[in-house]
Design a protein around this ligand. Structure first.
Ligand SMILES: Nc1nc2c(c(=O)[nH]1)N[C@H]1C(S)=C(S)[C@@H](COP(=O)(O)OP(=O)(O)OC[C@H]3O[C@@H](n4cnc5c(=O)[nH]c(N)nc54)[C@H](O)[C@@H]3O)O[C@H]1N2
Ligand SMILES: Nc1nc2c(c(=O)[nH]1)N[C@H]1C(S)=C(S)[C@@H](COP(=O)(O)OP(=O)(O)OC[C@H]3O[C@@H](n4cnc5c(=O)[nH]c(N)nc54)[C@H](O)[C@@H]3O)O[C@H]1N2
Ligand SMILES: [Mo]
Length: 735
């Protein structure tokens, strides 16, 4: 019996399993109770270990599905952009209008004038990726597709430059083989990155493995797992790593045999760290002045890392979301190589701590024809090749340059003038840097379509808003980014509410109106079947019934073990076949901001910037436990947990006469907000933290009352393409 029919059979309550995957970096089991076609409650995995237990967000999903503010009907804008005035229209009117606007823009300006962006709002293979609409636009001649990942473009850059691949993550069970674990800018208790990371860290702690946390905040992870907390000024991590390398080399603690066998360019790096290159030895004292970490602490940390083997330097991705964040990632990788911690159990290649493993296989859905817009535009100069299948690697404009590109177009040197923006699974007004500038950019566009579940800050700027299903109202599959790794069947548990539609259905109807007769010949069910057939899952019907198939790995996944154990037959995928501490590819780029060996480059808006006299506090914008970015911010049960507030150290608060719970004004030249202050010792002086993802909600003077971090952030990507969302100076005053 199909689950659809299950859910409709009167009276009896059914429990249908499915996989939550809501842009949080994890993926978990939900067991959804349904009675008479209505979800009555949600439970999670209570089966054999390792379980995939959902967090508070997954367990409140019922409130999200039935939220009174769900978008119910297609709507067209009837007021100014951002004003929030909309009027209900029929699906026919909505789709006819969108199709005719797409046609008009392609005919008048050419396909490059169409921008399409999709983020990770949800993670179903069929409905929620960029494929279905990319196919549609490519059949129309192409579209402008930005490249770059919000999360860890700095990490990808560092990994590609040094290892030649961005697939460097280990499975978390390997942590139990370590003797020392360094949580570098990482708080997995709150920011999920694989469902069970905390579970393995608990076991590591219980096994007596030493854990050190390096973070401007005394995080929940620090409190729960760490033996030592080393606070550090944001954006200075490369300096700390480079000083550690200085200590290791000065004391001759490097793994010279490893360096000789597997790496190139150590000598050039040595010249930099010892000062032969520029006359400045990168000593602990040098780094103390930059990072705020005492020289003695640096000395001890360096020796401990070099002499406790194997050691896992877990390079979190947040320090990489700073200006020149790619240097932090390159320096971390260099340090892992210098100490011979690459490719061995319990070590860590110190690439980004989170990312695909290359384990398991899943089909991919609709095929995408060649994008002629990409083909006609020269590739960007600063992008490294062989991105290892990263989907956000294609395209011609860095996503964080898009605001500028919309505002300036050809006159600013961009390949086209941009006119139409189509968005799904993303909330860019809130999540891209520099909200006020994005507002200007959105106001310049001729037509904006947003597919959404809620009237988000971005949707308020759309000309047409399309009401979409949640994943519980359609069939799809996903691959869980977790340990255990798993294949997840996302069962359609209830019928679509109100007039919502599933993404593929919208694309089908648009394609028909655009005359694209060969757009799609498969139903949802046929697509899901095909995707599963292309995967390693043997039995479709059983998969649909069980929903979760855990992949058991015989042993922890250790990246680069082949390259280390049998180097003759397994060169690294770099031009030299070695770990490239020195990169000829970067030398060829000739960009001094992308140096050939990892270097510390002072960020813009650092404490030495003259701007610091006006705006003396460094702002970081962390991921929040009660949201996945902007998602779930409107869910009452979750709102009860913790209010949106800016965290400020007691010393900084006292200097401003601010008490815990007071309202404060936070501002810089880019924007202003009024928000509650959380006064705490758990953040270092000089740094404030405003959790990202709160919904932008300006008052009538344009002052944000929602606490949207990007009102304050700067829209300039790091040279390697990263979103520098942890680099900004602000001032805080009592409101
Ligand atoms: N609950 C929840 N979980 C999530 C998400 C979410 O929105 N909510 N989002 C998911 C996604 S898509 C992503 S990309 C990841 C993001 O995951 P992360 O980037 O790891 O998360 P953050 O909370 O931004 O930052 C982690 C830690 O880095 C510290 N930090 C910030 N700047 C610096 C710095 O310059 N140096 C050092 N040493 N530390 C610094 C912060 O204080 C914080 O404790 O999280 C995923 N998981
Ligand atoms: N200042 C600052 N800014 C940041 C960050 C930071 O750390 N600091 N982090 C960055 C990072 S790492 C990331 S990944 C991005 C995240 O940026 P986004 O991915 O844009 O943020 P989300 O809130 O996940 O937005 C997803 C939207 O998709 C909608 N959605 C969910 N499911 C569906 C669906 O099935 N169909 C449709 N059509 N819509 C759906 C949700 O309602 C939501 O509005 O933010 C980035 N921005
Ligand atoms: Mo992300």
């Amino acid at each position: 019996m199909s689950n659809e029919r299950n859910s409709r059979s009167a009276g009896a309550e059914k429990i249908v399993p499915t996989a939550c995957s809501s842009h949080c970096g994890g993926s978990c089991v939900l067991k959804v109770h349904v009675k008479d076609g209505v979800i009555t409650r949600i439970e999670t995995d209570d089966g054999e270990e390792p379980q995939l237990r959902a967090c508070l967000r997954g367990r409140t999903y019922r409130q999200r599905v039935y939220a009174p503010d769900r978008l119910k009907y297609p709507m067209k804008r009837s007021g100014a952009r951002g004003e929030g005035k909309f009027q209900r229209i029929s699906w026919d009117e909505a789709l006819d209008t969108i199709a005719s606007e797409i046609k008009r823009v392609v005919e008048t300006y050419g396909p490059a004038a169409i921008l399409y962006w999709v983020s990770g709002g949800d993670q179903g293979v069929l409905h929620d990726t960029w494929r279905r609409m990319s196919r549609l636009f490519c059949l129309m001649g192409g579209y402008t597709r930005p490249w770059g990942l919000h999360s860890y473009e700095g990490g990808i850059f560092g990994e590609l430059a040094t290892y030649g691949t961005a697939w460097t993550a280990s499975t978390r069970d390997d942590l139990l083989n370590s003797r020392l674990i360094i949580l570098w800018g990482w708080d997995p208790v709150n920011t999920i990155a694989d469902t069970n990371t905390s579970w393995y860290l608990v076991q590591a702690r219980e096994a007596g493995i030493k854990i050190i946390s390096i973070d401007p905040r005394y995080t929940d992870s620090t409190a729960t797992f760490a033996h030592q907390w080393i606070p550090i000024r944001p954006g200075t991590d490369a300096a700390l790593l480079i000083a550690m390398a200085n200590v290791i080399v000065t004391e001759n603690l490097q793994d010279q045999a490893f360096l000789d066998t597997y790496t190139t360019g150590f000598e050039a790096f040595k010249d930099y760290i010892l000062g032969a290159e520029d006359g400045i030895p990168k000593t602990p004292r040098w780094a103390e002045a930059i990072t705020g970490v005492p020289a003695r602490t640096i000395q001890k940390l360096a020796k401990e890392y070099a002499t406790t083997k194997p050691a896992a330097l877990l390079a979190g991705i947040a320090p990489g979301r700073t200006a020149y964040g790619e240097q932090y990632h390159r320096a971390a990788i260099a340090l892992a190589a210098i100490t011979g911690n690459v490719g061995i159990p319990g070590g860590s290649p110190a690439g980004k701590v989170w990312g695909p493993l290359g384990v398991g296989r899943m089909g991919s859905g609709p095929k995408i024809p060649r994008n002629l817009v990409d083909a006609e535009t020269p590739p960007p100069k600063d992008k490294l090749p062989s991105r290892g299948g990263y989907i956000y690697g294609h395209g011609i404009i860095n996503v964080f340059k898009l605001t500028d590109a919309i505002l300036k177009g050809k006159s600013g040197g961009y390949p086209a003038d941009y006119k139409l923006l189509y968005l799904n699974n993303s909330n860019i007004l809130n999540q891209w840097p520099n909200t006020n500038r994005i507002i200007q950019a959105l106001n310049k566009l001729e037509f904006i379509v947003v597919e959404e579940q809620f009237m988000t800050p971005t949707a308020r700027f759309a000309d047409i808003v399309l009401p979409m299903t949640t994943f519980l109202e359609r069939n799809d599959v996903t691959m869980g980014a977790s340990l255990p790794l798993f294949y997840g069947y996302r069962n359609k548990i209830i019928e679509p509410l109100y007039e919502t539609k599933a993404p593929l259905e919208v694309a089908n109807e648009l394609a028909a109106r655009l005359g694209l007769t060969d757009y799609n010949d498969k139903s949802e069910e046929e697509w899901v079947r095909q995707i599963v057939q292309e995967s390693d899952v043997p039995d479709y019907d059983n998969f649909k019934k069980q929903a979760i198939i855990k992949i058991r790995l015989p042993q922890p996944h250790v990246p680069f073990s082949k390259e280390i154990n049998d180097p003759a037959n397994n060169p690294f995928p770099t031009p030299s076949g070695k770990i490239e501490i020195y990169s000829q590819q970067l030398a060829d780029m000739g960009n001094p901001k992308l140096p050939i060996v990892p270097k510390y480059i002072e960020t813009w808006e650092s404490l030495n910037d003259p701007l610091a006299s006006k705006y003396p506090l460094q702002l970081i914008t962390t991921h929040f436990k009660r949201r996945a970015h902007t998602q779930f911010d409107n869910i009452p049960w979750l709102r009860e947990l913790e209010p949106q507030a800016i965290k400020i150290n007691t010393i900084d608060a006292q200097a401003r006469g601010v008490k815990d719970g007071d309202m404060v004004r936070v501002f810089n030249d880019r924007g202003k907000m009024i928000i509650r202050a959380k006064v705490t010792e758990r953040i270092m002086p000089g740094v404030v933290d405003l959790p990202q993802g709160a919904w932008y909600s300006p008052d009538d003077k344009g002052v944000d009352r929602g606490g949207c971090a990007n009102v304050l952030s700067r829209d300039e990507p790091s040279p390697g393409g990263a979103l520098p969302s942890n680099t900004a100076l602000v001032q805080v005053e009592k409101a």
